[in-house]
Design a protein around this ligand. Structure first.
Ligand code: PLP
Length: 407
């Protein structure tokens, strides 16, 4: 076999090393080119909600590819109409909701920025002139294209590409900072993740989202939720906002909605549905029949088979199970988006040790391991995970001095 690492270094854009050459997958397992088997608890970063090669996914791709894969956006198709109606129903938008289908999370967020601009350009009773400010939250990750990157306050991601889209302001994760940002005026929208996945599965402070809703309403600004990572059932509800009792003006989705097929979406509620008009947005591939048919099949299966019950039950089982393992200081997140907080900044070493033990997880920050397995995992996968993860933690604990052990 060729040395794939050399090939990757020579031919792929140099944006970071690759961990293995994966060649096939089945259920929660993937195999590398040397036939080593790994339990995949990262799921393509919260994407493979049905695992790998699930018959529902395979059948949907094959059947639609053999029927009608792509047409231009001058035409509607039955799968596109079906997924739009389905997303409206699942999000609870009622009749006034509208859906646009894109190809990724970052693209859905580009559209969210445009939605904010259209809203801010409208006359507003209390605010006078056009409002251009968009509030985001420290630690946020909204994507890598220039607009979504501008929403992402992380310097390492953003600074090489400055200047950013102007008038985007990051607030701290506190109610005081939120209040102060609105008090300055000129806010067109706030864009926020209900749980910050890339920041290390960080939950917002108690009452933050409800206060953001109250303040956006009071200042005639939009509340736009980035549910790219938390949506489509990942947290055990169709959308994380449904856990909080907050109704947004718009939601962005991607990742699990296509279970591995590239797809994103913007869903609008109420008057936010009236902002776009012909000519203001579109996409060649967005919502093509192939992507739409896959999303319908995936979400239809999750709904018909009550898979979200499993997401909640397995999430609880995993949280309980990891609590007893070495180096584990606690967990964050909801459903099957779980941040496992470690008592020392050894998460990259734990992720590497896990891979050695045939387990895929990742370390979004130095002291957090993130897992986002398939919604369909059962007892076998949970026990395999706990065994392999426990062994990886023990490997690292054997070479780590925790703060309390320091002389
Ligand atoms: N928004 C959130 C909350 C994300 O977690 C991500 C990706 O991790 C994105 C947006 C960007 O999505 P994509 O990588 O599909 O462009």
């Amino acid at each position: 076999m060729t040395n794939w690492n050399d090939d990757a270094a020579r031919d792929l854009m140099s944006l970071g090393g690759r961990l293995a050459l994966l060649t096939r997958g089945e259920g929660s397992w993937v195999w590398d080119a040397d036939d080593n088997r790994y339990l995949d608890f990262l799921g393509g970063i919260a994407v493979n909600c049905l695992g790998h090669a699930h018959p529902v996914f395979v059948e949907a791709v094959s059947a639609q590819a053999a029927t009608l894969a792509h047409v231009s956006n001058y035409f509607a198709t039955p799968p596109q109409l079906e997924i739009a109606a389905r997303l409206k129903r699942l999000a609870g938008t009622g009749e006034r909701g509208r859906v646009f289908l894109a190809n990724s999370g970052t693209e859905a967020n580009e559209m969210a920025i445009k939605l904010a601009r259209l809203h801010g350009a409208q006359p507003s009773a209390g605010e006078g002139a056009a409002r251009t400010r968009i509030l985001v939250v420290e630690g946020a990750f909204h994507g890598r294209t220039m607009g979504a990157l501008s929403l992402t306050p992380k310097a390492a991601y953003r600074d090489p590409f400055l200047p950013a889209v102007p008038d985007i302001v990051a607030v701290e994760r506190t109610l005081e900072s939120l209040e102060a940002a609105f008090a300055e005026g000129g806010v067109a929208a706030m864009i926020v993740e209900p749980i910050q996945g890339e920041a290390g599965v960080v939950e917002l402070p108690e009452g933050f989202l409800a206060r953001a809703r109250a303040l956006t309403t009071a200042h005639d600004a939009l509340l736009i939720l980035d549910e790219v990572q938390t949506g489509s059932g990942r947290t055990g509800e169709w959308f994380a906002f449904q856990r909080e009792g907050v109704i947004p003006d718009a939601v962005t989705l991607a990742k699990s909605i296509g279970a591995g097929f590239p797809l994103g979406a913007l869903i609008t509620f109420a008057s936010a549905s009236d902002l776009f008009y012909p000519g203001t947005h579109n996409s060649t591939f967005g919502g093509n029949p192939l992507a739409s048919a896959v999303a319908n099949a995936v979400l239809g299966f999750v709904e018909d088979e009550h898979v979200l019950d499993n997401v909640n039950a397995r999430g609880a089982q995993l949280r309980d199970g990891v609590a007893a393992l070495p180096l584990v200081a606690g967990t964050t997140g909801a459903g099957l988006l779980i941040g496992i907080r470690l008592s020392a900044p050894v998460a990259p070493a734990v992720a590497a040790a896990a891979q050695e033990r045939g387990l895929i997880v990742n370390a979004p920050t130095p002291d957090v391991i993130r897992i986002a397995p398939a919604y369909t995992i059962g007892d076998t996968e949970v026990q395999e995970f706990l065994t392999r993860f426990g062994a990886a933690l023990a490997d690292v604990a054997a070479t780590t001095t925790t703060p309390s052990e320091k002389p």
